[in-house]
Write a protein that binds this ligand. Structure first.
Ligand SMILES: [Zn+2]
Length: 507
């Protein structure tokens, strides 16, 4: 019986290994733990465990948060596309000084503040096409696990109790500082507490205070420190060692450093094999943040721009590049995204008009389409190089536009190529979640908003087109040209096609 079970497991593992696509094995990740580009080799053949710290829920999420959530969501999508079975955990910090202060200010319960902002952030992420993680645990729903974990750290000699506070004894960890490359003697924790043995120590459990939420534990009342939650939640949902952990660079020290110290003291195993840190969003060289008051919330951004435009801006930056926030970028992105959707709309129109035509094949163009997916994979395998992905898409879109307008290539060849392009593109857009809306709806709504913004009535354009047609019938070509120029001044372009006149906006 035991023999049979073992062989079953071996067969299953072999099948799983087969499932891994070749290109996924070529993935290189910039591991901030080693400060180098490394070949990605998962802990298990095709199962992956990913953890990301999410927000402290006391205010609206901003574009900086959107960048983090989006990047890690795309990484997860890509790893799934590469046939990995991914479990992704992203936690909510729903107990913290900032939440307590806001609750006091608004005379509300901490839970009502945190519940409100959890729901708001969930809606915000949905609106910018960021999927939910597989598990989204809240700290306050895991207090017994946190208490038990801290007790183990005390038993193992890493945690100590001082005046009702439990602290982590940093000097017990030989390699403390290995992630942020700091020496322990240079570190001064920013948490001041008279209960510390050493200045570098940090709080695992804070003592109960009047008017603050606290929970009973076997020895005292209190609430968890910030860092302990991620060690406990990662351990509960992903077990002792995980493949990828990260979030933005700003919390590498002390938060991630302390997570490593706690987790490795608890299990004596490596906590995370790869650390992926995303750079910040800056405004005039300063980090976008609540404390500086220079932030643009996701909701504010969505008032002016749609999800695709916001995603295009964010994808224009590499993970390891600070993103400089600048409204001009959104304007440029808005035009680029419209151009892509307009091309897709044209292609879809062409395909639906010719759906009964037998397909031909143009080998040369087919090669280019074929390369689209490998270009995407190569770009993503380069530490998830988003700008390179956008570059590859931009190239193929110009090729497709050229193909659409070519008079040399027969229609049946175009159909084959364009259908293949649509099919390949969907695979990519399923990962990056951009250009996956209905092209016709996108183009129509963009035009409508554009005209509304410029205060131009659609009926006015129709009237002008009619006047121009009349002028043409009367052979008053100068008048006809004047009308065309007049509309051009208003960013409206006219195109005569088979006796009809199409209108478009000039971008
Ligand atoms: Zn964390």
């Amino acid at each position: 019986m035991l023999m049979q079970k073992t062989s079953e497991v071996i067969t299953e593992n072999k099948n799983q290994e087969k499932k891994v696509q070749n290109w996924s094995l070529k993935l290189k990740i910039y591991n901030t733990l080693s400060n180098s580009m490394e070949d990605f080799v998962p802990l298990e053949p095709n199962k992956l465990k990913m953890y990301a710290c999410w927000i402290t829920v006391y205010d609206e999420a901003h574009i900086g948060h959107a960048r983090q959530a989006m990047s890690f969501d795309i990484i997860r999508n890509y790893l799934k596309y590469s046939w990995y079975d991914v479990t992704y955990v992203r936690n909510y910090t729903d107990i913290d000084d900032k939440i307590i202060n806001r609750a006091i200010k608004e005379d509300k319960e901490c839970s009502s503040i945190s519940e409100y902002y959890i729901n708001e952030s969930k809606n915000d992420l949905k609106r910018i096409k960021v999927n939910e993680a597989d598990v989204e645990p809240k700290v306050t729903e895991h207090i017994p696990e946190i208490i038990k974990y801290i007790e183990t750290l005390i038993t193992k000699g890493y945690g100590y109790v001082s005046n009702g506070e439990v602290l982590f004894d940093v000097l017990k960890v030989e390699d403390y500082g290995k992630l942020s490359n700091r020496k322990v003697e240079d570190l001064i924790s920013n948490e001041n507490s008279p209960n510390k043995r050493n200045q570098v120590d940090f709080s695992l459990r804070k003592p109960a205070k009047e008017g603050e939420p606290s929970w009973e534990s076997p020895r005292w009342k209190g609430r968890p420190g910030w860092h302990i939650e991620c060690s406990v939640l990662a351990n509960k949902y992903l077990w002792e060692s995980i493949d990828i952990h990260g979030w933005w660079l700003d919390i590498m020290f002390p938060h991630h450093e302390n997570e490593i110290a706690q987790s490795e003291a608890f299990s004596w195993k490596q906590f995370s094999k790869y650390w992926v840190h995303n750079w910040m969003v800056n405004v005039n060289g300063q980090k976008m943040g609540k404390s500086l008051g220079n932030f643009l919330t996701i909701k504010d951004a969505l008032n002016d721009y749609n999800a695709d435009i916001i995603r295009y801006v964010i994808l224009s930056y590499n993970l390891a590049t600070p993103m400089d926030f600048n409204p001009e970028m959104f304007k440029i992105a808005s035009k680029r995204v419209y151009y892509f959707y307009k091309s897709l709309n044209m292609i879809d129109d062409f395909l639906s008009q010719n759906k009964d035509v037998a397909w031909g094949k143009d080998q040369l163009i087919w090669e280019q389409i074929h390369n689209l997916e490998s270009d995407f994979v190569n770009a993503m395998n380069e530490n998830f190089n988003f700008p390179k992905v956008l570059g590859a898409l931009s190239n193929i879109f110009s090729e497709m536009n050229e193909l659409m307008t070519s008079k040399k290539i027969p229609d049946q060849d175009k159909i084959y190529t364009l259908s293949s392009f649509r099919e390949k593109l969907t695979k990519i857009t399923d990962v990056i979640r951009i250009f996956d809306d209905d092209p016709k709806e996108y183009v129509d709504s963009y035009k409508k908003n554009f005209l509304k913004e410029k205060n131009i009535d659609d009926g006015f354009i129709t009237e002008k087109i009619n006047q121009r047609n009349q002028a043409k019938i009367k052979k008053e070509y100068t008048t006809a040209d004047q009308i065309r120029e007049e509309l051009k001044e208003l960013w409206i372009g006219l195109q005569d096609k088979g006796g009809e006149t199409d209108r478009d906006i000039i971008i």
